[in-house]
Design a protein around this ligand. Sequence first.
Ligand SMILES: C[S@@+](CC[C@H](N)C(=O)[O-])C[C@H]1O[C@@H](n2cnc3c(N)ncnc32)[C@H](O)[C@@H]1O
Length: 306
Amino acid sequence: MSDRFGHIPVLMDEVLRVLHPKPGETCVDCTAGLGGHAAAVGAILGSAGRVVLNDLDAGNLKRATATVEATGTPVTAIHGNFAELPWALTERGIAADMVLADLGFASSQVDDADRGLSFMRDGPLDMRLDPSKGLTAADLVNRAPEGELTKMIADLGEENQAAKIARKIVQARRETPIQSTSQLAEIVKAAVPWNPEHVRIHPATRAFQALRIAVNDELGSLDAFLAGMDAAIRGVGGGRSWLALGARVAIISFHSLEDRRVKEAFAGLVKQGLVEDEHGLIRASEAEQSANPRSRSAKMRAIRVV
Ligand SMILES: C[S@@+](CC[C@H](N)C(=O)[O-])C[C@H]1O[C@@H](n2cnc3c(N)ncnc32)[C@H](O)[C@@H]1O
């Protein structure tokens, strides 16, 4: 299913299978995006159910709200980081029967040159998913010490040429501040030899990924969310207030740094008999992978609170 913005939600059938929505239930979508998954769930929940939509991006949240409301299911929209969602839900007295997090960015964001997320589109080097606050990618590349840049590109981009790239960035910014995506892409390209016939991915791919993860503190947010989920399931801090007994939680990640965290958090809970993992690792089918290249790196894990 593709909406008018060209966004195709990944693993749609699998999400519906693991969340298993029933009329009247409450679904919390931590990463509303363009509302593709949430609308499909909402269509099953009906007017007696509720979809809670959360997103860092106010524009996406607005679009997702309209899309889900069109299904006739009531919506509660929360603008913010899902790291804070456990508190936001507790405050509102909401208990989720289903929780979905489809991590990363949406096509609307990457296609918008002004967001500065893509080296394929010239734009300001911003990368913030919530452009209303925080440091931009330009702030980072122009200010961070070389050692910090190397570590960030190596760790978050899993790039083995990180030191060379960081050195070139520092040399270049001495001449002129790095303000645009194409400027940075050229600097990275000059730092690492690239033969497109042998290496298919553009040399800037990993450095851009690292910067996006750092700018949005994506791993910190995921850790905070997983800790909040863990606490709710263990009954710490006032019990399972925002997670109903029997709740299904599904998380879709797009790189190994995220998947490792989800895998460990879920495995810890399974070991203690607090949740069940009935599905294992779920990947996109071959048909989906050829129809939607983004689905190739998608990994979904799911648990059920028992
Ligand atoms: C892959 S899209 C979700 C697509 C959605 N499942 C759909 O079907 O349309 C990811 C969304 O998560 C949001 N996002 C990423 N990190 C977030 C965070 N820490 N807190 C809240 N929203 C976040 C992004 O702004 C983006 O809109």
